[in-house]
Structures are given as structure tokens and as C-alpha cells.
Design a protein around this ligand. Structure first.
Ligand code: ZN
Ligand code: ZN
Ligand code: FE
Length: 754
């Protein structure tokens, strides 16, 4: 007997080949009916025997197309209509702007096979893609997502591509960027004057040249990673840059020669997300690791994620430096003219193409932590513009974020959409991209929030932007409250909770620079329960670039001026006599210096004092290298003090500084001092949270802030907190640093304006 089912499937089901998948499955069972896409999900009506329909529905959920994520599947019985066949109905365009835009997706196995198959018409074609892979977000100019509204519009499909596009059974059915060598974009190899040169890019890489490669979301600078001269050249030509270079390797087997990779890390490398995964370097002598990742034990590796990248490898070349192409603090370069103009001192050749990148997007960077959770350093390609689930009923908010490594966030119904990172907004090019990014997100999401959330820092561009906005409601959110709320939102925590935020810089409610805060509260109201004891910080922001200054400040507090000067002469060679006496003078005769409780500054100061890194050439360098030097094989820790002072828990690390000094004087290796310092920090944070729990009776704690990029600190602290019976929440979908605060700002602003 025939019955009819009505099925509704929600989740990430658009732009992932869901309808052809349903069509094929329905055909397998000989079902009649139809499937269609709408803003509310994929709808199916199917008629057949009850057993077939049940099987069909079960397999829809159990075997979705690779990129689909099914959130819900609702099934109801319907009266029979007597359909004669199974059809794919046209999209319901009533409200198609509600449909989610898919992120870019790494090349799939089928496309990879075609690109390598000499007999295939897409053999060696750099822009091969299908419904399961290829560009999305980076090429979309407007919605609904149709070819005409993407940067593929100038490339009308040839008859063969058109046929694939229209065939419901084909892997390229409705694949908007579908292309082939006949009709699609193509690459050109040019020299620094823009003149076309013959030959293949891979041959130039083999000769040791540096090539600027236009990829999916922007340009990379590429060279043979095993060629010491080429890598050194690149490092020199990029000037002051000390940031570690990421590498791209041909496949997983090659990656294993250069780094230690466990099962979960391998899965990430080969995933459709294809992020840069930070791995423990094998220090393979084939690589100039001291030039690739100076001062670090880790190597960032990714696999090729477009056919264009695959074509940069052959039998002789299997590992390339692949570093984002930008000049110091400027944005990622993503168009041909800018590349030729700005990179001509760095790159010897340019592999460009004629498909415009509309929305630039950097590579995402993750590592795998503790129990196999991803830890985000940068959430960008393949994650933007995916939404993050938030509580239904959240109001539409535009949250402007912070300043460095900034993102913005827009909330719409039960999703929060976080932008890629924009770099330091003090640079006008970053700021310009950020502003246009906001407009593009609003358009893509078809929303124009009237609530604007921003940081409290009076000098942030984002704060000024909020102040300049008329006829909207602006809500200032304290920096570390936003960090805390971001973790709470991601973990769907309701009600009161404790928070420990360890961070670099954030404007405090009292005008001090906060950065190591014990907080308590919910989305509507957060209070400060305690903090790291304030240190005066003459020179303000100068101290975050020059950790040796912060070291002197701590030494002064611990030992007084005379001994501090003596220790500085011995251990802080970057500090000149003049700067030393000037700074000590300011500390002896304070004139309303800015105060700070920053944990980031503390870690950097220790790094400088130990002689590991005295000057930050990139954000957080001193702290990152301090962690890299820690030898976790022994034990021991330093003393610290925690005191209640006027209802606040004050953490005091001066006893720690005294013992670190003693250890240095005794000639204890810095790897052991670094280890002891990390262990002390974890013990102190666990102890202070214990005291906070006694006062508040709250047992749940969230941890966040840029300092928690530090894996040793995080692991030790979480272990201690769990022994003490706390439930600990961290971020597993967004970075704990300032790239994550826009989400927290948005949720707080939504709640307080209800
Ligand atoms: Zn594909
Ligand atoms: Zn074609
Ligand atoms: Fe922060």
C-alpha cells in the first residue's frame, strides 16, 4: 500500500548538493514526489511503500552529502497526491535572503581525481569545482547565491558545463562557480613588471624563486621550503617580520616527515576546512626551521585546498612556504594590481588569475588541544560566514569588536555571524576593509541592526565609529565582560557563572588597563571580584612592544630602584642606561601613571627577564616564546600571595619575581624557570577561583582571553580546576583572543537592551 511523507530538513543544507542527493536517493527506491529548497530548509514530499519511505528518511539523515549538517528532520504523513515522477522543484525565492551563504570549501576527492586525469577535460585546470567543493563566500557579491551575482559572472558557461549544471544527477547540478578550461577563468604567470613569462610556476619554485600566488581568499608568498636561500630571501625581503611562516605540503604522508601528527590532527589537515594546523615540529634537517619558525617548536602546516595549489607541487617539490601576502600591518593583498604594486620587492614572479576575489579571507589557523578539541587562533576561511548557534530571541545587534585582530559580529534570529579578522584597525586600509565588510555582511544577511555594541576604550577606532553613528542605540561593553560572555554564549550557559579572563589589554571600568580579571555574573550584569595587583605602566602601550620595560617595572616593585637597575644591567641588554634611569625615575615619582593588571604583560616581562624575548616583533611573541622554552619534565613552583582587599581578591606576584631572580642568579636554566612560572600561574589562578567560589557558591567557571592561547597554562589550570571539582568552559569555535569578543558584545547588548 502506498503512503505519502512530508519531510522538512533544516541545518546547513543549501549550496551543498542536498537536492541532487535527495533526488538520487528517491530514485533508488522508485519514490514519486518532489524536493525543494526554501528559506525554512529543504522540503520533500515522497510517495511509496511505508518501508521504502522509512528507509529513505533514515538514510537522508544518516548519509547526508559530505558538507551538509542536519540540525532537524521532521516527518509527517500526508494524503496521497499520486505523483508520476520525482522532480527537483525550483527554489522558493520568496525570502531567499534568509538563506545562509556557504563558506569556501577545499577541493573534493572527485575534483582532485579529474584534475589529475590526463583524459579528463579538466586535467590540470586550476578552477575545477563542484557542488561539494570550491569557492563560495570569497566570490559572492550579492544574494541570492547565483552565478550572476558572483565574480564568476564574466564567464558564461560553455554548453558542456551548462549541461552538467542542469543535470539533477550530475555532481555539478546548480554548482554556481562551475567552469572548465574552455569557459572559465585562467591563470597567468608574470614577472614583477607584469609581463607574461612562459613555463609553469612549479619550475620557477624549483629554481628558488619567490612567487606571489593568488589563491582563493587572497595572495600568498610561496617558495620551496627546503631551499634555505629562498626561505632566507623571503624572510629578509619581508623585513622586520619575525612571525612563523606556514607551509603547504603535497599530502599527509609528506606532512608526517616534518611534524608529529596524531589522528585528530590528521583529520583536520585533510578536512574540507583544510585549515593551517599548528603541529609539533620534527625539526627535520631538510628545512631551515630556525628561519621558518624562529624561537618556536611548532610548525603550521596546511594541505593544498584548491586545484591551483595542487598544481604548485610535483615529484620534486613537496613542501612550500605559504605565507599570507601582506606588508607589515597592512591587510592581506587580494587583487592583481595591488600585488604587483606592493609585492614587487618581495616576489620574483606572480601567479595571477582573472577571477576577482570579492571578499578577501585569510587561512584559518587552529591547533588540537587536550581532549581533541580544536583551538582557534584565526577563524576565517571555511568558517566565515558560518553562523554560531545562539539563544533564540537574541535581538539583531551589530557588535563592532575591539582593535587588534578584530572581528565584528551580526546576530540574526538564532545565529551569530562573525566576520574574518581585519588586522590592526589603526591602519586605514584595515579600517576601510572592515567598514566595507560590515556593509557586505549586512547585505548578505539582509539585516540592518539598530543596536550597536562597542568596546569602552576611548581610543579605539571602533569606539569612535559607534559614537559617530546616529539614530541607533549604542551600548558600550567592557572588554573582559565581552570575553566572558563569548564563552558563555558558545557554551549556551544561562545564569550566574564565574569567569577568569587573562588578556593583554582591555579598558577597565576604573580607567586602568585590565587584563587578569576574576568576574562573576550573567549576560545582563557582570562584576569584578578580583584581579592581578595593579602595576604602574609609564609609557603605556610602549610596554606591550617592549617587554623589557615591563620586566624592569616588575623588578622595581620586587626589589626597589637600586637592585632593579643592577639586575637590568645584567639581564636586560636591550634596555639602555638612559631608558632605565628615565623609567626608574617615573616609577620613583609617579605622576598619575596608567595602571595595569594585564596578565599578558606579566608573561612578556618574565620572557624578557629570562633573556628569551625582550622585544615583540609580532603581537604576543615574548609570551609565545616563553611557553615554547618551558621544559615540562620536572616540577616545582614559585610563591605568590592572594589577599582580600576591600572586597576584592588581589593576586600578588612579587614573591614570584623575587624567587625568579634568585634562580637566575643561581644559573638555573631558563627552561626550568619558565616551567615553574607556568605552573605557578596555574596554581595561583586555581587558588583565586577557589576563593571566589567560597564567596559566590558558584561552581561553573569560564576561561578566556588571549593568554589562553598558551596551551601549557590552559592544560595545567583546567586539570587543577577539575581536581577541585569545578566545571570549566572554554571556547571551541572561536578564538579566546580579541577575535572572539564581538560575539560577547553582541549577546550582552541584546540582553541589556531587552
Ligand atoms: Zn568537487
Ligand atoms: Zn566550460
Ligand atoms: Fe582581549
Amino acid at each position: 500500500m502506498l503512503v505519502a511523507y512530508h519531510i522538512r530538513i533544516t541545518g546547513i543544507v543549501q549550496g551543498v548538493g542536498f537536492r541532487p542527493h535527495v533526488f538520487r536517493l528517491a530514485s533508488e527506491y522508485g519514490l514519486k514526489g518532489w524536493v525543494l529548497n526554501s528559506s525554512a530548509g529543504v522540503f520533500i514530499e515522497a510517495e511509496g511503500s511505508k518501508k521504502d519511505l522509512d528507509d529513505f528518511a533514515r538514510r537522508l539523515v544518516e548519509e547526508p552529502p559530505p558538507l551538509a549538517i542536519i540540525r532537524q528532520c521532521e516527518i509527517s504523513e500526508k494524503p496521497l497526491q499520486g505523483f508520476l515522477d520525482f522532480t527537483i522543484r525550483n527554489s522558493e525565492d520568496d525570502d531567499s535572503r534568509e538563506v545562509m551563504i556557504s563558506p569556501d570549501i577545499a577541493i573534493c576527492a572527485d575534483c582532485k581525481r579529474e584534475v589529475r586525469d590526463r583524459k579528463d577535460r579538466r586535467y590540470g585546470y586550476a578552477f575545477t569545482n563542484c557542488t561539494n567543493c570550491g569557492p563560495r563566500y570569497t566570490i559572492i557579491k550579492d544574494i541570492p547565491y547565483d552565478r550572476i551575482k558572483t565574480t564568476m559572472a564574466p564567464f558564461p558557461m560553455c554548453p558542456e558545463c551548462q549541461e552538467e549544471y542542469e543535470d539533477p544527477l550530475h555532481r555539478r547540478f546548480h554548482a554556481q562557480p562551475n567552469a572548465c578550461p574552455v569557459c572559465g577563468p585562467h591563470t597567468t604567470l608574470v614577472d614583477a613588471s607584469g609581463k607574461e613569462v612562459g613555463g609553469e610556476a612549479v619550475d620557477y619554485l624549483k629554481k628558488g624563486y619567490i612567487i606571489a600566488v593568488k589563491g582563493l581568499g587572497g595572495f600568498h608568498l610561496a617558495c620551496d621550503a627546503t631551499n634555505i636561500d629562498a626561505v632566507k630571501n623571503l624572510r629578509q625581503r619581508k623585513r622586520r617580520d619575525a612571525k612563523p611562516f606556514a607551509v603547504m605540503v603535497r599530502d599527509l604522508q609528506i606532512a608526517e616527515q616534518y611534524a608529529y601528527i596524531d589522528e585528530i590532527e590528521a583529520r583536520w589537515l585533510e578536512s574540507p576546512q583544510a585549515p593551517i594546523v599548528i603541529l609539533k615540529s620534527r625539526q627535520n634537517p631538510a628545512l631551515p626551521t630556525d628561519v621558518i619558525h624562529p624561537g618556536l617548536e611548532t610548525l603550521g602546516i596546511m594541505l593544498p585546498y584548491t586545484p591551483l595549489h595542487y598544481l604548485l607541487f610535483d615529484e620534486d617539490i613537496d613542501i612550500l612556504i605559504m605565507t599570507s601576502a601582506n606588508i607589515s600591518d597592512e591587510p592581506l593583498i587580494f587583487d592583481n594590481d595591488a600585488a604587483l604594486e606592493k609585492l614587487s620587492d618581495i616576489a620574483d614572479y606572480f601567479l595571477v588569475h582573472n577571477r576577482e576575489i570579492y571578499n578577501p579571507c585569510d587561512d584559518s589557523v587552529i591547533s588540537v588541544r587536550g581532549e581533541g578539541f580544536p583551538h582557534y587562533f584565526r577563524r576565517a576561511r571555511r568558517f566565515v560566514p558560518l553562523g554560531i548557534n545562539i539563544t533564540p530571541g537574541t535581538q539583531p545587534v551589530l557588535a563592532l569588536g575591539g582593535e587588534m585582530k578584530n572581528t565584528f559580529c551580526i546576530t540574526r534570529s538564532d545565529q551569530a555571524y562573525i566576520s574574518p579578522h581585519w588586522g590592526d584597525l589603526n591602519h586605514y586600509l584595515n579600517y576601510r576593509n572592515y567598514l566595507s565588510g560590515i556593509e557586505r555582511f549586512k547585505q548578505m544577511l539582509n539585516t540592518d541592526p539598530q543596536i550597536i555594541a562597542h568596546d569602552l576604550h576611548p581610543d579605539y577606532q571602533t569606539t569612535r565609529l559607534a559614537q559617530s553613528m546616529k539614530s541607533v542605540k549604542t551600548i558600550g561593553v567592557q572588554h573582559h565582560f565581552a570575553h566572558m560572555a563569548a564563552v558563555m554564549a558558545e557554551n549556551e550557559i544561562q545564569g550566574q557563572t564565574l569567569g577568569l579572563i587573562c588578556d593583554g589589554t582591555g579598558w577597565g571600568l576604573d580607567g586602568a588597563i585590565w587584563g587578569c580579571e576574576i568576574l562573576v555574573g550573567d549576560y545582563r550584569e557582570i562584576n569584578r571580584l578580583g584581579h592581578l595587583r595593579y602595576m604602574p605602566m609609564p609609557g603605556g602601550d610602549l610596554n606591550s612592544r617592549k617587554p623589557y620595560r615591563m620586566a624592569l617595572i616588575y623588578l622595581y616593585q620586587a626589589w626597589g630602584a637600586e637592585k632593579a637597575a643592577e639586575l637590568a644591567r645584567k639581564y636586560l641588554p636591550d634596555l639602555s642606561e638612559e631608558e632605565c634611569s628615565l623609567l626608574l625615575g617615573q616609577l620613583e615619582h609617579p605622576r598619575g601613571e596608567i595602571m595595569t593588571s594585564s596578565a599578558g604583560r606579566l608573561f612578556e616581562a618574565v620572557s624578557a627577564f629570562l633573556g628569551i624575548c625582550a622585544i615583540n616583533r609580532y603581537e604576543g611573541q615574548a609570551a609565545i616564546e616563553l611557553e615554547a622554552r618551558a621544559d615540562m619534565s620536572s616540577d616545582g613552583a614559585y610563591p605568590y600571595k592572594i589577599e582580600w582587599e576591600q572586597d576584592e581578591l588581589i593576586m600578588d606576584v612579587l614573591p614570584l619575581w623575587q624567587e625568579i631572580t634568585d634562580d637566575m642568579e643561581k644559573g638555573i636554566p631558563v627552561s626550568i624557570i619558565s616551567e615553574r612560572f607556568h605552573r605557578t600561574a596555574a596554581k595561583m589562578f586555581a587558588a583565586v577561583l577557589n576563593l571566589a567560589r567560597e564567596k559566590t557558591r558558584l561552581n561553573e567557571v569560564v576561561i578566556s582571553g588571549g593568554v589562553f592561547h598558551n596551551e601549557i597554562l590552559t592544560n595545567q589550570l583546567v586539570k587543577l580546576l577539575e581536581v577541585y571539582g569545578f566545571t570549566v568552559y572554554q571556547q571551541h569555535n572561536i578564538p579566546p583572543g580579541d577575535g572572539g569578543i564581538s560575539l560577547g558584545q553582541a549577546i550582552i547588548a541584546s540582553e541589556v537592551s531587552k
